[in-house]
Design a protein around this ligand. Structure first.
Ligand SMILES: Cc1cc2nc3c(=O)[nH]c(=O)nc-3n(C[C@H](O)[C@H](O)[C@H](O)COP(=O)(O)O)c2cc1C
Length: 207
């Protein structure tokens, strides 16, 4: 009996150890369904490696005609975070974060006029920039969650006053618009995900 218990304990400990491997990592669906907005952080830093992983996830998003109009301004300097983002409503949400990622969109792109494959490329408006950048922003929120970090989407475009003040403070060029500002950090809160499942919002086959 004693031998059997030892064997069971050994198997359990091997299983627990192997759960640290990729196989037991939460699935993409687990991450999606458990993500919540995090607005309180411990103040601990977020490493450059973690930020690059998060930004890589942002850049993996789909975009119209693969235009990839996203640009990112990443601020990790505490004083700069405080001076640019810290004074507004719930400023501590930014000052306690390890980093702030401003997801911006290039509103023009170089391309050939439609139906003229031989024409030279021209600078044209990119009407899809905010859809593309929203997909990137969502990937960023999910990647932060997957790394055990917290994040929240806060307003940029179309709140033009905020857009102008952020663009001015960070030297963002005229044709690039800050879509949203995402503080990322070690969570100091653990809110329950909201239940948003509303079958009445689905119309199967026909509205
Ligand atoms: C376009 C957009 C703008 C948002 N702006 C803010 C904001 O300015 N401040 C804030 O605290 N949260 C903001 N949020 C986060 C929402 O409040 C949050 O996603 C929503 O309440 C659902 O909660 P959840 O993210 O925990 O599921 C924004 C989210 C989106 C998508």
């Amino acid at each position: 009996m004693k031998k059997l218990s030892i064997v069971i304990l050994a198997i359990a400990s091997i299983m627990l150890t192997s759960c640290k491997s990729q196989e037991c990592a939460p699935s993409a669906l687990d991450i999606i369904m458990s993500r919540t907005s995090i607005r309180s952080f411990t103040g601990d830093p977020v490493s450059k490696e973690q930020l690059e992983t998060i930004l890589k996830a942002g850049m993996a998003a789909p975009s119209a005609m693969n235009g990839q109009p996203w640009r990112f301004v990443v601020v990790t300097d505490k004083e700069k975070i405080a001076s640019v983002f810290g004074s507004g409503f719930r400023g501590e949400m930014f000052t306690q974060a390890g980093a702030v990622i401003v997801v911006c969109g290039e509103t023009t792109q170089m391309r050939k006029p439609f139906g003229q494959p031989d024409a030279p490329e021209e600078e044209m408006p990119n009407k899809f920039w905010y859809e593309d950048c929203s997909a990137a922003a969502q990937n960023i929120l999910l990647a932060a969650k997957a790394l055990g970090l917290g994040a929240v989407w806060t307003a940029g475009y179309p709140a033009m006053e905020r857009v102008s003040s952020i663009a001015y403070a960070l030297g963002i060029p005229e044709k690039v618009i800050p879509l949203c500002v995402i503080p990322v950090g070690v969570p100091a809160e653990n809110p329950e995900p909201k239940d948003k499942w509303k079958p009445e919002n689905i119309h199967w086959e026909q509205w």
